[in-house]
Design a protein around this ligand. Structure first.
Ligand SMILES: NC(=O)c1ccc[n+]([C@@H]2O[C@H](COP(=O)([O-])OP(=O)(O)OC[C@H]3O[C@@H](n4cnc5c(N)ncnc54)[C@H](OP(=O)(O)O)[C@@H]3O)[C@@H](O)[C@H]2O)c1
Length: 316
């Protein structure tokens, strides 16, 4: 039987990379991976080609290249790259291009990596957190949530995939434990005693693969994924036990303080954590761990992830 091609944006990155590797690790699964990249000659692109992916040049800002990337494919994994440019407007324009191209290419299934439009629960008039860039509360969430309609409007068979906080942020995003003035390792989160749904970035792609493999089951649906919903204190305990570098203490930093940390996007992330803290029940309910495991049997919890990555986690 001819294999179904999935065109994967972000293939050299975290989410898309996990999907490409999941497809290629299952040669009898009925799918092949078309890895989309701006640079097919990069080391990462060549690595994917060596694993068996078809590598195709595409830029999410360029409609013609998206059309070529989707040509002849069965499905696509769509993701945008907020942290490369910090613009929700740019993300929305990109989603519109991808949705229109998906319709033109007559794709049978798109998995769109989205997040909540937080303004549905925190309208701009709600001053518990500042409004950012004039019209958002959490720009990197709101732009994605506000883009869902592009797929629906275009009539594209779509699964809306709500992702979770990557635990890999402890490796790549400066969120690992840091030594305080008392010499103790501290792990900072603005979550108080609330649960933070999280996931190994690699598991997002594996879950997306499970969704493609399920055929029509999740088309037209919004599904959320997480590997576990630990509290900050539980994460600190797992880091204490797993890193072998002494006690890691959970340091709750209120969102209003986190917003002032000064790195690009600190205000966006402060608002994001506040949203997750203040709407813990809804946010966790939208990301069921048992469901995530059902579409990705390899799903890791935080303790397992720490064990597997203990030498990569940045400890300052
Ligand atoms: N960090 C978190 O905790 C978290 C949680 C949930 C959701 N997210 C969301 O995840 C999204 C990013 O996904 P990711 O982490 O998988 O990304 P990533 O690891 O940063 O990888 C992005 C890849 O996409 C490619 N890319 C960048 N700009 C592109 C463009 N204009 N056209 C085509 N490809 C482009 C790059 O590949 P080439 O250089 O090869 O083209 C890059 O390797 C963000 O929007 C973020 O909001 C993050």
């Amino acid at each position: 039987m001819e294999k179904k091609t999935i065109a994967v944006f972000g293939a050299t990155g975290a989410q898309g990379g996990g999907l490409v590797r999941a497809i290629l690790a299952d040669p009898t699964g009925g799918f092949t991976a078309r890895a989309l990249t701006r640079d097919p000659n990069s080391a990462k692109a060549k690595e994917l080609a060596a694993l068996g992916a078809e590598v195709v040049s595409a830029n999410v800002d360029d409609a013609d290249s998206i059309a070529k990337a989707f040509d002849g494919a069965y499905g696509a994994f769509c993701v945008t790259f907020f942290w490369d440019h910090l613009s929700a407007e740019k993300e929305m324009a990109e989603v519109e291009l991808m949705a229109k191209a998906a319709k033109k290419a007559n794709l049978k299934h798109v998995v769109w990596s989205t997040l909540e439009d937080t303004r549905l629960l925190v309208p701009l008039s709600d001053d518990r957190m500042p409004t950012l860039h004039g019209k958002y509360k959490v720009p990197h969430f709101d732009g994605k949530g506000a883009s869902n309609h592009f797929f629906t409007d275009a009539g594209v068979p779509t699964t809306f995939l709500l992702t979770s906080f990557y635990w890999d942020n402890l490796i790549h995003f400066g969120m690992g434990p840091k030594k305080g003035e008392d010499g103790k390792l501290g792990f900072v989160l603005p979550m108080a005693d609330k649960k933070l749904p999280g996931i190994a970035a690699e598991d997002i792609g594996r879950c997306a693969y499970g969704i493609f493999k399920a055929g029509d089951a999740y088309i037209g649906k919004t599904v959320g994924i997480a590997g576990e919903h630990p509290t900050g204190a539980q994460m600190a305990k797992a880091l204490t036990d797993g890193l072998g570098k002494g006690e890691v203490v959970y340091n709750y930093v209120p969102p209003e303080v986190y917003r002032t940390f000064g790195f690009p996007g600190a205000d966006d992330l402060g608002n994001m954590f506040q949203y997750k803290r203040d709407f813990e029940t809804q946010f966790c309910a939208a990301r069921d761990v048992a469901f995530s495991k059902s579409i990705n049997p390899k799903l890791q919890n935080f303790t397992e992830w720490v064990k597997a990555n203990k030498d990569r986690i940045a400890v300052g």
